[in-house]
Design a protein around this ligand. Structure first.
Ligand code: ZN
Length: 388
């Protein structure tokens, strides 16, 4: 028996995929990570900061080493000229960073094309994305999560493997990608054989353990370019069914900036699909889902499912924010016309006009405790913005 997936479900690949990306072009990637990858025949994608290599900055690879990576069959992505926060640049600087780095890589490494961008710090907003689309075919962020065939390829998600991330956590991500046939992109920075002194350093033997798990699990390893070729190459979200904020995970470029006690992978209380959001709304804490920027005037309402847990009656406020000010807000019980019910899912469709939010650039969606006290756990699922 097969269960029909909801229309909102992300489209799986034919099998799980894992990509190893190595950011910035650190010398230890060449000296410590590359031998382990080569020993296992796993090609990786290196996102290079081009001026660091061109000018021989300390701690970075040499040009000859970068050329060796290419000769050994690895994938190269641009990581800009100087690794700035792209959202702070003038238009001229932005074009220089995007166009100049790509041109240098193609010339210095003899590559016919370098179509993919790794965004410094994962920071891109709507105006920056407009320019990225002119120079690149895809853009990889550091928003955590998995990618699917219909993921927008200018908002590729990737899980950062910082010093504090245990091997077992990464192994769990790999197993999840296999189970749901999604595409997991891992991000590494520097490597060390000793004790990490920076959050961006990872212990080489732990990296080996991750690669061993990748191999023994049998998951398919792909470079960024190879993974992209298996997608629908969707460059913009499909709005016909609405713009999804959350289905079985955050969608469409939304990143999790929540600070409340919560999980985006609740599997016991689920409205549809495999996961829901568990949220404990205490003392003004909140869920916060951040987006590079959406034109609110394209949307008429926001629809979601809410479950009050075992107790119900939570005081929670939905807030739409543009990063500087509140665009509109409403209490969920007000929108429901009564208290959040315990033990059951309720759908609520909230016209943006009822929140006072008809125009503006939406960057943040909050579900925030509105009581200032300790409230019981509740659940949310299938949050979608419905177009006009
Ligand atoms: Zn970087």
């Amino acid at each position: 028996m097969t269960l029909a997936l909801p229309a909102s479900a992300a489209k799986p690949f034919t099998e799980g995929l894992v990509t190893i990306t190595l950011d910035d072009g650190w010398a230890t990637q060449f000296s410590l990570a590359r031998p382990e990858l080569n020993a296992r025949n796993i090609p990786a994608t290196y996102g290079l900061v081009t001026l660091a290599i061109a000018e021989g900055w300390g701690g970075y690879m040499t040009l000859a080493q970068a050329q060796t990576l290419v000769a050994e069959g690895n994938d190269i992505a641009s990581h800009t000229l100087t690794h700035p926060d792209l959202t702070t640049l003038s238009p001229t600087q932005l074009v220089a960073e995007l166009q100049g780095s790509r041109a240098w890589l193609e010339s210095a490494l003899g590559l016919p094309a370098v179509p993919n961008l790794v965004v410094p710090y994962g920071l891109q907003n709507a105006p920056v994305l407009d320019v990225i689309r002119q120079y690149y075919a895809s853009s990889r962020t550091v928003n955590a999560g998995r990618n699917f065939r219909d993921t927008v390829i200018y908002e590729l998600r990737a899980n950062d493997v910082a010093r504090s991330v245990p091997v077992s956590t990464v192994q769990g991500w790999v197993d999840q990608a296999i189970a749901e046939k999604s595409w997991l992109i891992l991000v590494f920075h520097e490597f060390t054989n000793g004790t990490p002194t920076r959050d961006t350093e990872y212990v080489t033997s732990d990296f080996e353990a991750i690669l061993d798990h990748v191999q023994t699990s049998g998951v398919r390893t792909v470079t960024l370019s190879e993974g992209l070729a298996l997608t629908e190459r969707r460059t913009h979200p499909d709005l016909t069914a609405g713009f999804f904020v959350y289905t079985d995970g955050l969608q469409n470029g939304f990143a999790n900036w929540s600070w409340a006690d919560h999980s985006l992978d609740e599997t016991n209380v689920v409205h549809a699909g495999t996961s829901a959001i568990r949220f404990e709304p205490d003392t003004w804490n909140g869920l916060m889902f951040h987006h590079p920027g959406l034109d609110l005037s394209q949307y008429e309402s926001i629809r979601l499912w809410v479950h009050g847990g075992t107790v119900g009656g939570q005081a929670v406020r939905l807030v739409l924010h543009d990063g500087a000010q509140v665009l509109g807000s409403i209490r969920l019980d007000t929108a429901l016309g009564g208290a959040i019910a315990p033990g059951t899912w309720q759908q609520v469709t909230i016209p943006l006009a009822n929140m006072g939010a008809s125009t503006g650039t939406l960057q943040d969606i909050y579900f925030q405790d509105d009581s200032g006290t300790d409230q019981p756990v509740m659940y949310l699922d299938d949050v979608v913005l419905l177009p006009n």
